[in-house]
Ligand binder design. Structure first.
Ligand SMILES: *Cc1c(COP(=O)(O)O)cnc(C)c1O
Length: 348
């Protein structure tokens, strides 16, 4: 029997609903969401629209569906989406943008997932009969594979402005926008101000079991609602899960600062041990990578040894691991994980 995982740092999706969240879910007022009759879903949509400074918002089962619906609304087949080469929309959504919206990607290489307005400008195609039509710029706040890095609001505004100047839409994959808002001290609406569509995930750092909310203009949302139904994303008494979202925005939002602090502490403890290099050098939010290329052991061997202690990190490649802090791991547990990890990588 393998030991159960007690300290799960593989992702902030590892969280389970807290007793308070479960109570809110059980006591939710519900109705048929497909008929727009679920009061809790309507409340969550209004709340997120307000937090993101958008006219309207739409509760969806997942963040992936938020991205896919946004591309379906913004793009026609053959259109091009400009995004970072390490973006989730490009590498981790089953090529959905191509398969569903018929769009293709033009990627910008980045180390931390953040690109500049001039790089967008360079990637936008001149209108020519033989060229794809550049249609959307998609940014990821925070940049997951960029090490949880936070796009400065000024850069977001510049990127959105360049997109609009050329007739493109600006879309934000805000899976961890709440983390970016807490880390930057600027409200989510300040990050999304230049964007035509943006969403937040409820099932990442906010700690819900399921759900995401896509926001945009009323016109955008009319179309998004059509696609929600077509893709089978319309639910029934979804208020039971939307209630978790409302609870999370109330109780799990400000505390994201704790997760960032835990990640910073972890980085400080392990950096340099046995040749380990932490990326990014300055941890900004709740995600960090461990470069093991200077270590004696490879990532899979380290992961197996950690598992023996009931600890899990993400394995990205033979030389790269990922650690994500969240509300279900305490500072003491993060400390314990760091100690075991250091012992493993320092063992000769
Ligand atoms: C998790 C994630 C998604 C997808 O969200 P799901 O809720 O898992 O479908 C999209 N983008 C980023 C950056 C993510 O981290």
């Amino acid at each position: 029997m393998t030991r159960p995982i007690e300290i799960d740092l593989v992702s902030d999706t590892a969280t389970k609903p807290s007793p308070g969240m479960l109570a809110a879910m059980v006591n939710a007022r519900v109705g048929d969401e497909q008929r727009d009759e679920d009061p809790t879903v309507l409340e969550l949509n209004a709340r997120v629209a307000d937090l993101l400074g958008m006219e309207a918002a739409l509760f969806l089962p997942s963040g992936t569906m938020c991205n896919q619906i946004a591309f379906l609304v913004h793009c026609r087949p053959g259109d091009e989406i400009i995004t970072a080469a390490n973006a989730h929309v490009f590498g981790s959504e089953g090529a959905g943008a191509s398969a569903l919206a018929g769009a293709q990607f033009r990627t910008v290489p980045t180390a931390n997932g953040i690109f500049q307005a001039r790089e967008v400008e360079a990637a936008i195609r001149a209108p020519r009969h033989r060229s794809p039509r550049s249609r959307v710029v998609s940014v990821e706040q925070t940049a997951n594979r960029g090490g949880g890095s936070v796009w400065p609001v000024a850069t977001l505004n510049e990127v959105a402005a360049v997109a609009h100047a050329h007739g493109l839409a600006a879309h934000m994959d805000g899976a961890r926008l709440p983390n970016a808002a807490i880390a930057s001290g600027l409200p989510m609406a300040a990050h999304t101000a230049g964007f035509d569509s943006a969403w937040i995930d409820l099932s990442k750092g906010l700690g819900c079991p399921v759900g995401a909310v896509l926001a945009g203009s009323s016109g955008f949302m009319e179309e998004a609602l059509f696609w929600k139904h077509r893709l089978g994303g319309a639910m029934r008494q979804a208020g039971f899960i939307a209630a978790a979202g409302l609870y999370a925005l109330e109780h799990h939002y400000q505390r994201l600062a704790d997760d960032h602090e835990k990640a910073r502490l972890f980085a400080g403890w392990v950096h340099g041990a046995g040749g380990v290099v932490v990326f990014p050098a300055e941890v900004e939010t709740n995600i960090l990578f461990l470069d093991l290329s200077q270590c004696a052991l490879n990532a899979n061997a380290v992961a197996t040894r950690l598992r023996d202690h009931g600890i899990r990190f993400g394995v990205e490649s033979a030389t790269r691991m990922r650690v994500v802090t969240h509300l279900d791991v305490s500072t003491a547990q993060v400390r314990q994980a760091a100690e075991h990890f250091i012992r493993i990588v320092e063992a000769r």
